[in-house]
Ligand binder design. Structure first.
Ligand code: SF4
Ligand code: FES
Length: 252
């Protein structure tokens, strides 16, 4: 049986299961801690942005931890807004802002924290990506693995191999949807979607006309091939089944 612990976060008493991540305990109790590289879509967290830092005091000793991967194993006192945390978080955001000056979310969070940036920091041009790796994680978790980190230092970026259209990409948009900074661009019209330099044909439900995805992503999700794609979306299928059951019930 799991053990229950009582901790305080910003003076508020909170109960949690032993081993639960501190960020999750705070969130459940309505206490805001900023996160960037943390996505509830994945069980394993990369913990590379450090914006979720908090101060934890256990048995008289205080340390700074990344709350998104800090398991609560004993009673403790947590401060999410101490002077030291505010100062360190402001530096982290100033660095992120210099790395990704075009990201609206980073700019807004930086302003919210009162950070204005440091003059001596070199700011990258036209950049929105903070290299959190969530997009690569999303792509890998689908078994597609079309994108990865390439190059080093300031040239480091996320791309397909050699920046060429990838035969593994299915155009599902998982990478763009999980990206916290809006760094992955794509375009769509009535019939096609273009992402990572590749254009895909869209598959629409023949009943309601809704976009089901690209032909490749629909085939991938049903582990099928492009020649035998489902033509009706899940909602219409459910409605059809419910209608058929109702008809059978009425005729019984
Ligand atoms: S493109 Fe977005 S999700 Fe991918 S590493 Fe950059 S910021 Fe993270
Ligand atoms: S959100 Fe915790 S390290 Fe990024």
């Amino acid at each position: 049986m799991s053990e229950t612990l009582t901790i305080t976060i910003d003076g508020k008493e909170c109960t949690c299961e032993k081993g639960e991540y501190l960020y999750d305990v705070a969130k459940r109790n309505g206490i805001f801690i900023p996160v960037l590289c943390r996505s509830d879509a994945f069980a394993d967290h990369r913990a590379c942005c450090r914006v979720c830092i908090v101060e934890v005091t256990t048995r008289g000793r205080t340390k700074i931890v990344t709350s998104c991967i800090y398991p609560v194993n004993e009673p403790c006192e947590v401060q999410t807004q101490s002077d030291e945390i505010k100062e360190e978080r402001a530096v982290i955001f100033a660095l992120l802002h210099a790395r990704a000056p075009e990201s609206q979310r980073i700019t807004e969070m930086n302003k919210w924290l009162g950070g204005t940036g440091f003059d001596r920091l070199v700011t990258l041009d036209n950049e929105k990506c903070v290299l959190c790796g969530l997009c690569v994680q999303a792509c890998a978790s689908l078994g597609t693995g079309a994108i990865s980190t390439i190059n080093r230092g300031t040239e480091k970026m996320i791309d397909t191999p050699y920046g060429k259209p990838s035969e593994y990409c299915v155009g599902c948009l998982s990478c763009a949807n999980v990206c916290p900074t809006g760094a992955i661009s794509f375009s769509e019209n009535e019939d096609t979607r273009t992402i990572w330099n590749r254009t895909f044909e869209l598959q629409r439900c023949e009943k309601c006309g809704k976009v089901m995805g690209t032909r490749e992503s629909v085939a991938h999700s049903v582990k099928g091939t492009l020649t035998e794609l489902p033509t009706v979306c899940d909602e219409c299928k459910k409605r059809e089944t419910a209608d058929a059951l109702m008809k059978a019930y009425r005729n019984a």
